[in-house]
Design a protein. Structure first.
Length: 463
């Protein structure tokens, strides 16, 4: 699944816009709290200063009331009414300047300690607005402050210090705005990087989920306590459940038919961290039982604790049935071979025995497969290629059937040899069977001897 660059750009644009909005709201809240802190501190200092001078008046309380009304209107009213003028840089700077100058007017003008409130107001504007709007706010504060001192007649006599204060207003404004912009730029870059990483992670998760669901191999993820955490559609279908949710509601303990097999699986996993080719029986949704081959591994967290098991299953029910039928057929064939008075064997192309069975081995003093690995030359003690058994096997390796008679271990045998062909038709060796005809041969020899005795001798009798 390839990533769509246009979709990625749109996603990043939306995420960046959302970040800008969150950053703006955060800056706005910061500015509001700074302004409220200035109003609170100013109220305390203002009342204290006026009380020391005995000049507390209704006008002073009116100004403080207006200041608090404005200071609280932004955090309380603005989120509901969304009045843009309440948060514009011009309205904020003009309003702040008006209240600040009123405080300065009431507390001594140039000698009032309230001029520091201008710096706090500049910082609050820099937190919320860009460099241009912060500069405009600084001009408003400076111009208002100079105009107030001019009206009070305090400008000329304190011109040098006034210029320092005004210059510091612009220094604070520029510094605060640049720091705020750099902080915002870094935060925005981090947000973009985080958004890009989240998008890549989301795409990877989608690819993994698509692969997990589409692969035609039953896959699962289970917890150590037996809960099934995840399963793909192939596993749901193999176990016959109506849907994935139904399977996730089951447990691995309930699926296993043999508790001992489940315990062995857990023991093997605990010792090795994985299981390979583990054969077990599982119960399907309808109650029927299937054989599966399980390959799984343990998933651990950073502390090394097992948090899940991930694995794949293979339905081997038909294979197990075929193997069982094959075992039964082999058992019947072995029983037949072991009971008939015959020898049955196979060899490779070098005429080396690969099997040697039959009830006739007992009279020869041999055990089943005792001569496996030895050649015909070694077993019969000959090097003559014209020896009947050797010659017959050579013909079978050329694709012909061959029969021969031989005596071995004091017994007489009639043998038949055929080519042993592979699935592609090539000859990979020979297969043969030999019947013990010793008794028949002896009977025939006895019959011939009796006939010879009974046969009249040649010549005439004289008398």
């Amino acid at each position: 699944m390839a990533a769509d660059p246009a979709a990625g750009g749109a996603w990043e644009g939306v995420a960046t816009e959302a970040f800008d909005q969150r950053k703006a709201r955060g800056a706005e809240r910061s500015a509001i709290w700074v302004r409220l802190a200035v109003v609170a501190l100013g109220t305390f200092v203002y009342i204290s200063a006026l009380e020391r001078e005995g000049r507390v008046a209704p006008l002073a309380y009116l100004l403080l009331g207006l200041a608090w009304l404005y200071g609280l209107s932004v955090p309380i009213v603005q989120p509901y009414l969304r009045l843009p003028h309440l948060v514009s840089s011009y309205f904020i700077s003009i309003t702040d300047a008006m209240f600040t100058m009123l405080w300065l007017l009431a507390t001594g003008g140039f000698h009032s300690p309230f001029y520091v409130a201008i710096y706090a107001a500049v910082v609050s504007v820099a937190l919320r607005f860009n460099l241009r709007e912060t500069a405009i706010a600084a001009v408003v504060y400076a111009a208002t402050y100079v105009a107030l001192l001019w009206m009070l007649g305090q400008l000329a006599e304190n011109l040098a210090e006034v210029l320092v204060r005004v210059g510091f207003i612009f220094v604070v404004a520029a510094t605060s705005a640049l720091l705020a912009r750099e902080s915002f730029r870094q935060a925005r870059a981090k947000a973009r990087m985080r958004t890009r990483l989240m998008r890549e992670l989301r795409l990877r998760e989608e690819r993994y989920r698509a692969l997990f669901e589409r692969v035609p191999v039953p896959l699962y993820r289970a917890a150590p306590d037996g809960r099934i955490l995840d399963a793909n559609e192939a596993l749901v279908e193999m176990l016959g459940y109506p849907d994935r949710e139904s399977l996730l509601a089951a447990t691995t303990t309930a699926l296993h038919v043999d508790p001992d097999a489940r315990a062995l699986w857990m023991t093997t996993m605990a010792q090795r961290g994985l299981v390979r080719d583990f054969i077990a029986r599982l119960r399907r949704f309808d109650g029927s039982v299937i054989w599966v081959r399980d390959n799984a591994r343990a998933v651990r967290d950073d502390q090394g604790h097992v948090v899940a098991y991930e694995g794949m299953l293979e339905d081997v029910t038909e294979r197990r049935k075929a193997e069982e039928v094959l075992r039964q057929n082999e058992a019947r064939l072995r029983l037949l071979v072991d009971q008939i008075p015959a020898l049955v064997w196979t060899t490779d192309r070098q005429m080396r025995f690969t099997s040697f069975l039959g009830a006739g081995l007992a009279v020869l003093g041999l055990r089943p497969n005792q001569v496996v690995g030895r050649t015909l030359y070694e077993v019969f003690g000959t090097g003559d290629p014209r020896f009947p058994a050797v010659a017959a096997h050579r013909e079978a390796l050329e694709g012909k059937s061959a029969a021969y008679e031989m005596k071995w271990g004091g017994r007489a045998y009639q043998a038949h040899v055929e080519p042993l062909r592979a699935a592609d038709g090539s000859i990979g060796g020979t297969t043969g069977v030999a019947l013990d005809v010793t008794e028949r041969v002896r009977t025939e020899e006895l019959r011939l001897a009796l006939e010879a005795v009974r046969r009249p001798s040649g010549g005439s009798l004289s008398g």
